[in-house]
Design a protein around this ligand. Sequence first.
Ligand code: ATP
Length: 452
Amino acid sequence: MVDDHAASREAMADILRRAGHDVQACGSAAEAIDLLARSFWDVVVTDLNMPGMSGLDLVRHIEKRQIPTRVIMVTAYATVASAVEAMRHGAFDYIEKPFDAGQLERLVAEALRHNQVLRPAETAAPAGAEQNMPVLVGSSRPMQELRRRIEQVAATSETVLILGESGTGKELVARLIHYLSPRAAGPFISVNCPALSAHLMESELFGHEKGAFTGADSDRVGRFELAHRGSLLLDEITEIDTALQAKLLRVLQERAFERVGSSRTLHVDVRVLATTNRDLEKEIAGGRFRQDLYYRLAVLPIHIPPLRERKEDIPELIAHFQKRCAERLGRPVPELDDSAVNRLMEHDWPGNVRELENLVTRVCVLTTEDRVTAEQIGRWLPASPANPRPIDIPVGISLQDMERYLIEATLEKYDGHREKTAKALGIGVRTLTEKLRQYGYPPRAKRFSRTG
Ligand SMILES: Nc1ncnc2c1ncn2[C@@H]1O[C@H](COP(=O)(O)OP(=O)(O)OP(=O)(O)O)[C@@H](O)[C@H]1O
């Protein structure tokens, strides 16, 4: 039972203890993670909104580490978005506050029933066993080639760089490489680089000694050490700053490093997998990525094509996500008729497989009909008929700058045509022209040309 509010945590724990369960109450997600690392728990009931790590972060952690437990989210804000997001990351179900004791008991009993299948097999099986194997769906030619390539590289211990747009399945491919490699019985550790500041990143990767910096009140084992005899995934590697890239290069060359604040050299046997959705050559040209590191990483590059280039995989992916959703929900999910599937094949999927997975999950969780038609599915698709190209908006910029990014990208898409741009943005041409004037565009230019 994970909740930062002592009163509600104890009340919920009490309800379940009275129902005969063995309950441990935790005041934070971090405490729960620690407990999950030490012992097996059939069910985790967690609050969604907690300071620091949220319930959703906890679900993601459980999913990433493939911890065999069922998660029930407790939320006062049962928004569709948070429910869908939690389910997508493997949460079993969610319960909306306020609820009565009976509801919580029933849901936990249901989760336990599902776990009877899960527990003996998954806890007994070593990592890398068949049931943990990630499933890569798709029989299109590019996917067949991708599978062949994965098998080739899995056999080696070389560094692999996995390239592809956001949501194409880079992390999934990394997991698959690990599970097909001779290291499958070892750990698979991943680091989500954009989530960490430069300072935290170094100690996250390499660990630190007690007293290395303010706040380092105990020794910390880094991800490289944790991944010994296994694989380490550096997700979105371009987010690592250039100073740390140098240290990383040394680890790749020598498999040796020191913890922050220590002079003792540690040696590890780790296979590194890295992903990026950026154009690395541009990053190198812009001085944001070290060329020598690129050469080290790109020994065996793997490129995952965007979903729009392998649309024939869409029906198979839909069926896969429907099946997974039905298993999680423990009930049949709506069928998509041929017209609906065709409609989904017309879409360009700028968010790739993740976007498709989200849509199918949303339809399965929220549709009450047994059959979904093209017309109904159309309502779940983004409103714009043009399937816009996604743009990268860096977190940390102001809303005003974000508006400018979007305006400029739209203008570029319409080749500088202001009327079309204004229409797509849903604003008047005059408003657009005024904004462009503020950005320094010439007043009456008919074509796209920036002056400043
Ligand atoms: N071929 C596939 N078969 C089954 N599921 C897939 C496939 N490709 C992607 N997925 C699913 O789509 C979701 C997104 O995939 P993943 O996180 O691996 O993408 P990514 O390229 O690493 O994204 P990002 O760059 O945004 O981190 C995941 O839930 C993954 O399981």
